[in-house]
Design a binder for this molecule. Structure first.
Ligand SMILES: [Zn+2]
Length: 438
């Protein structure tokens, strides 16, 4: 059927994400258009009075149209018969599914989710959701349903629409593109109504100084914008905001094995201030702790990478206090080490430091976001960033925390936390919101 796509053999690593996530991955890739022919309809289940007992109410989405069970007792024979309130008909109801809501809360087994059009209409324990006999029902017993993942650091300008689709097919429904030619704004807008591709959040070109990262590696091209001085920085950031970018990407350092010219503290502060005044955040390419410290002190919203050296505890505390998130992108560093032929040494020397940073940042309550810098190096993989997830699990991050980072955490870092919360109230296009796995 059209509204549900199946594909993507799961990685066995999904099994580590949750004991519930076993076997084949399948995904909700399309919205459920109204008026689709119903599937085999089943009679609605009755409503046990205790059905909602023991469920954390915060995880439940209130139905927009409250389901009303039929009147249980027959009217007196002498009275005018009152017709029972009709049960609501939904375009689709999914039953028997385990819901993981992305907040870190425990999974909720045996839930039901009703869809109208492309929106979630109601979520309730399976026995508590009532619906008409002609509502199409799909039994998802054994499956888990969770918010669409958000890749908070990737590069998409080189991809066709068909390639973009592979993200959605894998469960990644939003992608934050950090450095692309400015015409990516137009592409984002052109694709905005196409739910078969991820929602794009874009920075346009990466902001740096003449000769700064990434110019020595990739040259000066339209993915890079140089600024010279505070006044120029303000002007150029305002122009990017006018052009419609969602976020500003800056380079505060380059590669850890060499030093390039870098934005000054005053320039970073001017960029952050200008961006903030336009309601957008700044994400910073940082590869070492001293650069991260300068970036945090001067107002960035998140680090687009984790440093490859130790982050001091005091800096972690400052990040937590200021709400500065981090997208560790361990995978891209491993891919780069592979490219440079020093992967064995990297795994021995650098990887344990990155794992330790990740663990301490998470333990301190820092906002982690999932991203792998897809396209930042050969070897990063389109789709679910399983290599990045595998690193987090190896570092000791709990599976539910990985899911939380990939959904709630990435939403916060990507500047869509307010929308993400609203999604929970049932107004979200389902295809940006839910991914089903079993
Ligand atoms: Zn990148």
């Amino acid at each position: 059927m059209r509204r549900m796509g199946y594909g993507m053999r799961s990685s066995l690593l999904w099994m580590k994400l949750s004991p519930l996530l076993i076997g084949v991955v399948f995904l909700l890739t399309g919205c459920a258009p109204p008026g689709q022919p119903p599937q085999a309809a089943v009679a609605p289940t009755s409503v046990p009075a205790t059905a909602t007992a023991g469920l954390p109410t915060a995880t439940l989405i209130l139905p927009t149209a409250t389901a009303v069970p039929p009147t249980a007792t027959a009217p007196p024979a002498t009275a005018t018969p009152i017709p029972p309130t009709p049960l609501p008909r939904y375009d689709l109801v999914l039953v028997g599914v385990t819901i993981i809501d992305g907040t870190g809360a425990a999974p909720l087994p045996n839930m039901a989710l009703a869809i109208n059009g492309d929106r979630i209409a109601a979520i309730a324990p399976a026995g508590a959701l009532v619906y008409s006999a002609d509502t199409p029902v799909r039994d998802l017993a054994g499956a888990s349903l969770l918010p669409g993942f958000i890749n908070a650091h990737a590069h998409t300008h080189q991809l066709s629409d068909a390639e973009l689709r592979r993200w959605v097919q894998a469960g990644v429904t939003t992608v934050r593109d950090l450095s692309a030619p400015l015409d990516i704004v137009a592409r984002r807008d052109a694709l905005a109504a196409d739910f078969s591709v991820p929602r794009l959040l874009v920075s346009g070109p990466m902001v740096t100084v003449p000769g700064g990262h990434p110019i020595p590696i990739y040259g000066l091209n339209e993915r890079v914008l140089t600024v010279g001085g505070v006044a120029d920085a303000r002007l150029q950031i305002a122009a990017l905001a006018d052009a419609g970018v969602d976020v500003i990407k800056i380079a505060v350092s380059g590669r850890s094995d060499t030093s390039y010219p870098e934005l000054s503290d005053a320039e970073i502060a001017a960029i952050s201030e200008t961006a903030r005044s336009r309601g957008i955040a700044v994400t910073a390419h940082v590869d070492r702790a001293v650069a991260l410290e300068r970036a945090v002190a001067n107002g960035i919203g998140d680090a687009a990478h984790a440093p490859r050296d130790r982050i001091p505890d005091a800096l972690i505390a400052a990040m937590v206090q200021r709400g500065v998130g981090m997208v560790p992108t361990v995978d891209v560093y491993e891919a780069l080490a592979e490219q440079r032929g020093n992967a064995a040494e990297w795994r021995l020397v650098i990887l344990p430091v990155m794992y330790d940073n990740l663990r301490r940042f998470a333990a301190a309550g820092g906002t982690l976001a999932l991203g792998d810098d897809f396209g930042g190096a050969d070897g990063t993989q389109l789709g679910m960033p399983m290599a990045e997830i595998r690193h987090w699990l190896a570092a000791g991050i709990a599976p539910l925390e990985v899911i939380r980072a990939a959904t709630q955490g990435s939403a916060k870092v990507a500047g869509i936390a307010a929308t993400w919360e609203r999604l929970r109230s049932g107004r979200s296009p389902i295809c940006w919101w839910w991914t089903a796995i079993h």
